[in-house]
Design a protein around this ligand. Structure first.
Ligand code: SF4
Ligand code: SF4
Length: 367
């Protein structure tokens, strides 16, 4: 049976980025510039995405504006009929280039912020001046008439400043802010022990967000992505595997989730030699956990199986060693303990900043 069409494409245009955030969701083994898809291939992918029924494309990375052809790619996505959202740290982006992106048809800009405190933001980003550049881009975005969303990744270091981060987003003119706890894949998994907040801090964070939602109703939309560690059930990761989204990596591999390459048993097809439609319908990686047939107990007989689809396959693999297991974020998972007590390879206290070549040294990769 043909799967229903996807709605979103996450186009990871590059892994290059001037910043070095220790929670970066990119894989530890970062793709080199020489291996990236060229402009024409991305143009074709955008046309195929629209033909497949996809409505919006997230131009992401790494830092997507590190691509010299970002304006051209934005225009190509717009001409294909896709709603375009640029996900950027803003670092390295100049005002004239931002205006060129708006002219090329960019519909929306999502700006990632590290912290409200300049010194802390620069420290986490691994670059002096990152905070100042980032806030300039917020101003230029609003001046260009583009809707602005702020993304703030929450971790042990900034969890006490959520309210200030939200208030700053209002002052910057953002229409929406996403307060999302760090996800523990890629670099985040490597740095889990250093990033994971305490339970009490996490519970308080939810209260702070709820208070701000009430106080700022009508001024800004505040979305909250709760951490898995203290939840009863997992989130419906990617709205279900192979159900709504396609991720295309900088090298052209098509994935059901941006962390799917961490599951070694999966076979990924590439847009270099197959159409997006062919991949969506027939790729073994997309078929592997689509629907509910693949589930084991307790998911197989659970009334929530069409609600959260058993949670995250990558987290199940990372924490239990088998991607077919119930996500340990679920209280009914036999591997539940793993969600709070990291395996030895993830217990390092010293932060590892993102950099090329780290994969060779990583204890996670050496397992
Ligand atoms: S999380 Fe930080 S290092 Fe990773 S792509 Fe975003 S800005 Fe760059
Ligand atoms: S048992 Fe599986 S389907 Fe049921 S709530 Fe837990 S993760 Fe979701």
């Amino acid at each position: 049976m043909r799967p229903p069409p996807p709605i979103g494409l996450l186009a990871e245009l590059t892994h290059r980025c001037p910043l070095r955030c220790p929670y970066c969701s990119n894989p530890v083994d970062l793709a080199r510039r020489s291996a990236e898809l060229d402009t024409d291939t991305w143009r074709r992918v955008f046309r195929e995405a629209a033909d497949l029924g996809i409505l919006h494309v997230h131009l992401s990375g790494g830092e997507p504006t590190a691509r010299a052809d970002i304006v051209e790619l934005t225009r190509a996505a717009t001409e294909a009929g896709l709603y375009t959202n640029l996900i950027t740290s803003g670092v390295g982006l100049k005002q004239d280039r931002l205006e060129a992106l708006a002219t090329a048809g960019l519909d929306h800009l999502q700006l990632s912020v590290q912290d409200v405190l300049e010194t802390e933001a620069d420290r986490v980003a691994g670059r002096r001046g990152a905070h100042a550049e980032n806030r300039s881009v917020a101003g230029w975005t609003v001046a260009a008439g583009l809707p602005l969303t702020i993304n703030a990744v929450i971790h042990r270091g900034n969890i006490g400043r959520i309210e200030a981060i939200i208030d700053e987003a209002v002052a910057l003119g953002a229409r929406r802010i996403e307060i999302a706890h760090a996800q523990y894949y890629g670099w985040g998994l490597l740095n889990r022990a250093a990033l994971l907040p305490e339970r009490e801090e996490t519970l308080l964070a939810r209260t702070v967000v709820e208070r701000a939602q009430a106080r700022l109703e009508g001024a800004i939309v505040i979305d909250y992505v709760a951490p898995d560690q203290f939840a009863r059930h997992p989130k419906p990761c990617m709205s279900g595997w192979g159900r709504r989204f396609i991720v295309v990596t900088p090298t052209g591999r098509a994935l059901p989730c941006h962390a799917a390459e961490s599951i070694p048993s999966l076979e990924f097809w590439t847009v270099r030699d197959r159409s997006l439609g062919d991949i969506w319908e027939r790729s073994p990686a997309f078929a592997a956990f689509r629907g509910t047939e693949w589930m084991r107990e307790p998911c197989a007989s659970c009334p929530r199986k069409e609600v959260d689809f058993g949670g995250c396959r990558c987290q199940a693999h990372a924490l239990t060693g088998d991607a077919s297991n119930t996500d340990p974020a679920c209280i009914w998972s036999p591997g539940r303990d793993a969600i709070r007590s990291a395996p030895p390879a993830h217990r390092r206290k010293q932060v590892v900043y993102r950099k090329y070549g780290q994969a060779r040294q990583s204890p996670v990769n050496r397992r």
